[in-house]
Design a protein around this ligand. Structure first.
Ligand code: IPE
Ligand code: IPE
Ligand code: MG
Length: 247
């Protein structure tokens, strides 16, 4: 999104806005194929959508935007695609960091960050550090992220506390588990959007999405716009969330 592109108006009042929107950004490859382009071009186009959607969430007053950018399973893709994605991550962070900082956006990351190539990891660490004190939108990037991997790592931390005598088994509760996940301190997603028509979760925030409202759209991620986001938010605001009760 260039600076001249208008922001689509927020479709709901502030209190009806999801506090945390999580997005499984899917369909870059299919979009590229339909346009007779290489898959990498689809990922490049997807970066533009990231910019647009961050701008919208930031201007509407969403508290947290979580973007599933690279899964623990995406390492299994051909090296050429993995390398292109890591290069895009690095250049996105390097190019956008200052602008995001100016917009008061706070960047955080979840996932097995150690696995990222050092150049991308360095840009990520610099971005996190630079925006650490910002109080606007929290942009939570899921990188080398798998929910099962996250739960395994959290379980090991908790087991170690028990072994060290710092925790009793009876004191393990939902809050303790939440506080040991990568998302510690971040409220659970209210709205989970997946683009490109898929109806699966693909190992994304399995614990945290327990009561998120799921929304699927046919649009490929490079086609997803502020208006598409507004439609998802509008649909979200019409849902009755019952949490197992009677609503
Ligand atoms: C989403 O687009 C981006 C990543 C998973 C990194 P895909 O690359 O999965 O696109 P499709 O599903 O092949 O169309
Ligand atoms: C999920 O998309 C991962 C990301 C969006 C980063 P995939 O395209 O990898 O998921 P599957 O393979 O369709 O389940
Ligand atoms: Mg996909």
């Amino acid at each position: 999104m260039s600076n001249e592109d208008p922001i689509y108006p927020c479709p709901v009042d502030e209190d009806a806005l999801p506090k945390h929107i999580a997005i499984i950004m899917d369909g870059n490859g299919r979009w590229a194929k339909e346009h007779n382009l290489r898959r990498t071009k689809g990922h490049e186009a997807g970066v533009e959508t990231v910019r647009t959607i961050v701008e919208h969430c930031s201007s509407w007053g969403v508290e947290v935007l979580s973007l599933y950018a690279f899964s623990s399973e995406n390492w299994n893709r051909p090296a050429i695609e993995v390398n292109a994605l890591m290069m895009l991550l690095k250049t996105f962070l390097r190019k956008e960091r200052d602008q995001l900082h100016q917009k008061n956006v706070k960047i955080v990351a979840i996932g097995d960050i150690e696995r990222l190539p050092s150049a991308a990891r360095k840009e990520l660490e610099l971005s996190i550090e630079k925006t650490e004190k910002n109080t606007g939108l929290i942009l939570q990037l899921a990188l080398s992220y798998g929910s099962r991997d996250e739960i395994v790592r959290a379980t090991k931390k908790i087991a170690q506390m028990c072994v060290d005598g710092n925790l009793r088994i009876d004191d393990i509760d939902e809050e303790l588990i939440s506080n040991n996940l990568d998302t510690a301190g971040i409220p659970d997603p209210d709205l989970l959007i997946r683009t490109a028509s898929e109806m699966r979760i693909s190992n994304f925030m399995l614990w945290q999405i327990s009561y998120a409202e799921y929304y699927s759209t046919k649009y490929y991620w490079p086609e997803f716009t502020g208006q598409c986001l507004a439609e998802a938010v509008e649909e979200f605001s019409s849902r009755l969330r019952k949490y197992g009760g009677l609503g």
